[in-house]
Design a protein around this ligand. Structure first.
Ligand SMILES: CC(C)(COP(=O)(O)OP(=O)(O)OC[C@H]1O[C@@H](n2cnc3c(N)ncnc32)[C@H](O)[C@@H]1OP(=O)(O)O)[C@@H](O)C(=O)NCCC(=O)NCCS
Length: 170
């Protein structure tokens, strides 16, 4: 069974291993905690994630962000993040949602299904009527994931497409 679970202390062991192994930056999806030790994950990374979701201890200019892990049965296969609302830099930049599927699990529809589940969460969190996304032009797999979730390209620049997806009805 595939489901999204918000980052939480009960899942910390598996969350730690997943975050440690996520690359620092792949196609613009960044991970500040690449290589993190177990101790630092428990003491710093996870508390920081939980605080960000509550809108606490945010770096200057950041909006609240909730981190979800995508679970296939008892295994974490991906991470999906929702930024709760747009600020100017998100509106013209990375948008509301970022996601990552671990390499061994790619190409099986999990990115597409994970984004579908994230859009269901987004309707409870995001006030805007449309979900803003950005994707590198040289990342056709991610663009496909967006388009299969009713995304449409609204603009482009040298290295990115900007995509919007209507927010699901409440
Ligand atoms: C992008 C990413 C999430 C996709 O995850 P995934 O689980 O492999 O995605 P899916 O299996 O649901 O779908 C991938 C789609 O892209 C297509 N695809 C894959 N490689 C492709 C390529 N080189 N050219 C065109 N299409 C490609 C697949 O065929 C599939 O489409 P289909 O179902 O119509 O056949 C994953 O590659 C990833 O985490 N990449 C690193 C981080 C990243 O890029 N995040 C997104 C930042 S915007």
């Amino acid at each position: 069974m595939l489901r999204l679970r918000e980052a939480n202390p009960a899942d910390a062991e598996k969350e730690w291993a997943f975050v440690r192994d996520m690359p620092e930056d792949e196609n613009g999806l960044t991970n500040a905690w690449h290589g993190v030790t177990r101790e630092d994950f428990m003491r710093k990374a996870l508390p920081a994630m939980l605080a960000f979701a509550r809108g606490e201890n945010l770096p200057e200019g950041y909006v609240p962000e909730t981190v979800f892990f995508l679970w296939q049965d008892d295994t974490i296969v991906g991470q999906f993040r929702i930024r709760h609302f747009l600020c100017e830099s998100l509106r013209t930049g990375a948008g509301h949602i970022g996601y990552f599927i671990a390499k061994p699990f790619r190409g099986r529809g999990l990115g597409t299904e994970g984004l579908r589940l994230t859009l269901e969460k987004a309707r409870e969190i995001i006030p805007e009527d449309e979900i803003y996304l950005r994707v590198n032009r040289d990342n056709p797999a991610s663009l496909r994931v967006m388009l299969k979730n009713d995304g449409r390209i609204v603009s482009e620049e040298e290295s990115h497409f900007f995509v919007r997806i209507p927010k699901l009805a409440e």
